[in-house]
Design a protein. Structure first.
Length: 138
């Protein structure tokens, strides 16, 4: 028999890898969902990830391994940077730390503010029309 060097472990799509913190990912996702007041079905619809995978992640990723593209889709749906959940997984960075604030999150916040401002402007215009119409009828 030949002497062979030991092989490095082959990556498979199953099982946890040392250093990954799926509980931290579950905490981050659950906290964000609660803060956004969205459920599993809505997150699944927004992200394009199945409800069963969302549920699996919410419970700490037990079972088969979740792919990076799934974590990216969920991060986007929750208005985080694409790599946020991956960083939480491997670096144990919490979702509320200042380091997790990204340009994408800031831009998403600005977009929400602009949408609300547009809504307020439309409502104000409607009120002005009513006041003008009532003044004309007097």
């Amino acid at each position: 028999m030949e002497d062979r060097e030991p092989r490095s472990p082959v990556y498979t799509a199953r099982g946890a890898i040392a250093g990954e913190d799926w509980a931290a990912v579950a905490d981050a996702v659950n906290q964000r969902m609660a803060a956004r007041r969205i459920g599993q079905q809505e997150l699944a619809d927004i992200s394009g990830v199945s409800v069963s995978t969302v549920r699996q992640i919410q419970h700490g990723g037990k079972g088969r391994r979740v792919q990076n593209k799934t974590l990216i889709a969920l991060a986007r749906a929750l208005d985080w940077s694409d790599d946020h959940l991956i960083r939480v997984l491997v670096d144990n960075q919490l979702s509320d730390t200042p380091d997790a604030t990204t340009d994408r999150e800031i831009l998403a916040g600005i977009d929400r503010i602009e949408q609300r401002l547009d809504d307020v402007c439309r409502r104000l215009a409607a009120v002005e029309e009513l006041v003008t119409a009532q003044a004309a009828n007097r």
